[in-house]
Each structure stands twice: as structure tokens, then as C-alpha cells.
Ligand binder design. Sequence first.
Ligand SMILES: [Zn+2]
Length: 278
Amino acid sequence: MIKKNIRNGIIGAGLTALILSGCSIDSTASTQKSSNDTSRHEEKAEQSAHKNDAQEKSKQQDQSNHKKNQEDKLQTSASGNKVTVVSNPKSNLVLVNKTHKLPDGYQPPDLTIPHVKFPYDGKYEKMHLRKPAADALEKMFNAAEKQGIILYAQSGYRSFDRQKAIFANNVQTQGKKQASIVSAQPGTSEHQTGLAMDITSQDAGFKLEQDFGDTKEGKWVAQHCADYGFIIRYPKGKDKEKITGYEYEPWHLRYVGTKAAKYIMAHHITLEEYLAKK
Ligand SMILES: [Zn+2]
């Protein structure tokens, strides 16, 4: 039911609503090919930086996972949480979550627009991915199409400045505390790495919703994405949500390279767990 509420722009109370989407805001004006309210969903999906027990546990785990990396620096976020600044932002395996952020102003080096279908016309920042991820996405979409599975890329890269502006705007209009509840801190959105893309399909109404996982396109992606170096970054299950800090997002693909992707998907683990094993 919460899912429906999100679609209607009304966030219900409760834990599930508090650990919503890692996809967060990208309200870049774009005309959807269908008359849906995807962009509104994306704005509401920004509800991400909320502090709760699950995230506290996730934070503790993340921090212990990452202790070995001594170059990482600790910072205190606007909400008072300890946030580690990652030292390997350009790595395919970079960990970005609510407690691991990209360095201020980080810009991915090799952004490009993949030659794939988008459910809107025009050219936008969010169409970009880093080159290796873009190449892999093209290969995956082409392979899918040969099997009658038509995929669309919805939202990829988001710049640090854009995320910062969104956050600053929320601070101004809602205050610092509320801003950190309703929007992702700059640097903590995986979309800023240029390695994440939200994908969708016509069957899913070009929306970013959990129903996508039940469509034939969503099932194909879950089965084959690792062959192209992608993982379902926020897998299903309360145990996984506690680790990632996010609800199940069958649409949010993260490029990590084929070796890591095959291991992660075959063993049904998260990127956090994979990095802890390394
Ligand atoms: Zn996403």
C-alpha cells in the first residue's frame, strides 16, 4: 500500500516509508512517453536519509566492513551521523550509501549517454553513465531485445552540484533537520557515481516501482544482469534492507564489473557483504 501512496505523492508513516528509494530526486523536466507521474515519484522517493534502527545497524556494519581502509576519512553529516568519505570514488566497486559518501565535488571522469531507449525525449544529465557502465548497459539491452525484452533507461547520473542544490533548497525551505530526512546528503546517492541506472519497461508503465520485479522484463534483468556486470543493488528482504539501508528496488542497477556481479547475484548478497568478504 505504501507503494501506491508513493505514486500518489502521499508518504505513509512507518519504517518501510523511511528507508525508501536510493534513487532519490531527479526532477529534471522531461516529457514521459506515457502520461504517468514518474518524476513526481522520484521526488517523493527522495525520502532517504531518515535515521532509524535499521540504518543504525547498517551503519555499524558498514563501518566495521570499512575499517580496513585507512585512507577513508570520517565526517559528520548535517544529521549528525558519522559518514565515511570514500577514497576510491572511481573504482567500479566504490561503496556509496548512507554512511559512505563520495568526496565533495566528485565528478566521474568518463560520462557518456548510452545508446539505449529512454522513456522520454530530449537530452538530460540523468541519461549519462560512466563509459564502462554505459557500454555494458548497451550490451545488456541489446541482448534483452533479441529475446523480446524491451528495456528503457530512466535515470542514471546525478551531479554532486545538483544533489547539493536540492539539499540546500530543502534546508532553506524546511530546515536542516527536515532536509536530512527528506533528501539525500550530497555525496551519498549512488547515482552520483555514474555507475547506477534505474531501468523500467512499458509493462511497468515506465515507473520505478517494485512491481517491475514481477514483470517479464524485471525477471529477465534479475536473471541476466550479472553477465553484463550489473547487480540489483537493493535486493528484497528485511535482512538485506537492514544492510543496504534501502527497500527492495528491482529497477536500480549498479555496475560493479562481471566478476563481482556474478558472485554477488549468485550468492544473493549485497555489495556491502561482498566488500566485507574481500
Ligand atoms: Zn536508482
